[in-house]
Design a protein around this ligand. Structure first.
Ligand SMILES: Cc1ncc(COP(=O)(O)O)c(C=O)c1O
Ligand SMILES: N[C@@H](CCOP(=O)(O)O)C(=O)O
Length: 465
């Protein structure tokens, strides 16, 4: 399998190359040159398989000859062996049609672990025996940071520099990052918001001299391997609910458009997906794009679902690439105009194509709190604010009543204890795996959100290659 850039001019790479590169050299994102196809029989054959084995089957066409099947199996078993639930991503039934897909049983209690546990092992495998060192730079609104740090802490040949927006992540999220004191982990609080952090990361990749000098790589969902690993749980859950004989809808709390793009990829591969519901908070650029074709950047507003406080959604570019018939030249000019004007109006054809699979909902803070209360009192489940946004969108979705809706439960409620307590009156206990978090020493530096300052900080600490 080869990977091509959404902006058409970077060199095509295999799975190993695309994984280590993270972002394409022309500023685009790597996508598979074509979508692997799963027949009804291939999907039916996933029934009863463990999560790790499902991952092997779903990932094999993406990995191609970069790993043998045995090597891929070993990595999947090691990655998913660290999850605290035997099913890895269990389904919980809420009522006749609504289900939760719990994606938070990994080491850092958010869905990011599902991909990052595997990505950490892939980095190690692809670097082994080579004289190569990676400098991973990442931006986080709270969850990617801790999951990536857990996956990479202490690994030889990798340094990780993680930028989070100062004061805009929950205390649990911050501590999960800043209490990891391994020498290859560097936490930076930047003065700014998540969009600023993500822009800085992309600017570092765009600085070819800096990117080459330190061999930059990415752990955000700009890295294709992240999304590939997230496709697996769409297959795993749909098969448990009757696919390929029944189509399933998914409601996905959305920020950077990575998780829901993985659902789109599953649908392109043949999984019967009835609908993908893009659930946003009041930072609703994606909702406006879905409803009116208006992808224009608004003011970023802090909410009790901070991980989704995002305006510029990296992976929307991957969807645009398909909507514009995979024409890298067109997309390159669309994206460069967006980067200048901070606004993009979808043409009618692209907009109507979106509506075939996607719908969307904008869930404000009141509706989000109401969904948390409803889940607690009517369904017996304490859910986190991000999951509540997905559930609220699922409950109000306009879909035939016989279609099951799976809401992706993207974080454990204990990561957002204050917001959960405010909404439900119940304060979630810290799970055993993070129980000592508040007693541990924290280490991080605060920097202005300026490229020069961040690059200078990294240059002082990273390994030149
Ligand atoms: C808990 C949680 N829910 C949902 C999201 C949104 O996911 P995505 O950025 O893949 O759209 C994030 C952040 O990415 C998150 O951390
Ligand atoms: N919500 C994310 C933001 C980064 O998203 P990613 O999926 O591109 O890594 C976070 O928690 O950091």
């Amino acid at each position: 399998m080869q990977y091509i850039s959404t902006r058409g001019s970077a060199q095509a790479l295999g799975f190993e190359g695309a994984t280590l590169a993270g972002l394409a050299s022309d500023g685009g994102l790597y996508v598979p040159e074509s979508w692997p196809q799963f027949s009804r029989a291939d999907i039916a054959a996933l029934a009863g398989l463990s999560y790790a084995e499902t991952a092997v089957r779903v990932l094999a066409p993406f990995v191609g000859d970069a790993l043998s099947e045995e090597e891929l199996r070993d990595l999947c078993e090691a990655a998913y062996g660290r999850f605290s639930h035997k099913a890895v991503t269990p389904l919980v039934q809420l009522d006749e049609r609504n289900w939760l897909l719990e994606l938070f049983h990994g080491p850092t209690l958010a869905f990011k672990d599902v991909a990052l546990q595997l990505l950490g092992l892939l980095f190690e495998r692809f670097l082994s025996g080579k004289d190569r060192h990676l400098t991973v730079v990442g931006a986080t609104s709270g969850d990617t940071g801790s999951a990536a740090i857990d996956a990479l802490a202490g690994r030889e040949k990798v340094d990780i520099f993680m930028l989070h927006p100062k004061g805009r992540v929950s205390e649990v999220q911050r501590r999960q990052m800043t209490t990891v004191l391994a020498p290859n982990v560097h936490n930076i609080a930047i003065e700014g918001n998540f969009d600023d952090a993500q822009r800085l990361v992309k600017a570092m990749f765009g600085d070819a001299q800096f990117a080459d000098r330190f061999t930059l790589s990415a752990v955000n969902s700009i890295n294709w391997a992240r999304l590939a690993a997230q496709i697996v749980y769409y297959f795993y859950s749909a098969v448990r609910l009757g696919a390929p004989d029944r189509a399933i809808a998914f409601s996905v709390p959305t920020g950077n458009f990575g998780d829901v793009f993985a659902g789109y990829a599953a649908a392109q591969m043949g999984l019967p997906v009835a609908r993908l519901i893009v659930a946003t908070n009041v930072n609703d650029i994606l909702h406006r794009a879905m409803v009116a074709g208006d992808y224009s950047v608004g003011e970023l507003t802090p909410t009790p679902a901070p991980s989704m406080d995002i305006q510029v959604s990296s992976n929307f570019e991957r969807l645009l690439f398909d909507l514009y018939d995979r024409d890298g030249d067109i997309l390159s000019s669309v994206m460069s105009s967006f980067e200048t004007s901070r606004a993009l109006k979808l043409d009618d054809r692209a907009h109507s194509r979106i509506g075939k699979l996607f719908s969307s909902a904008r869930i404000d803070n009141d509706a989000m709190s109401m969904a948390m209360r409803h889940a607690a009192s009517e369904m017996g489940e304490i859910i986190d604010p991000h999951t509540a946004i997905g559930l609220s969108a699922a409950i109000s979705a306009d879909l035939a009543p016989d279609i099951p809706i799976v809401t992706l439960a993207t974080a454990h409620p204990a990561k957002f204890r204050d917001a959960v307590e405010r909404a439900t009156g119940q304060r979630p206990a810290l799970p055993a795996r993070i129980s000592g978090l508040f007693e541990r020493e924290e280490r991080y530096d605060t920097l202005p959100g300026e490229l020069q300052a961040i690059e200078a900080y990294i240059a002082e600490r990273a390994t030149e290659t």
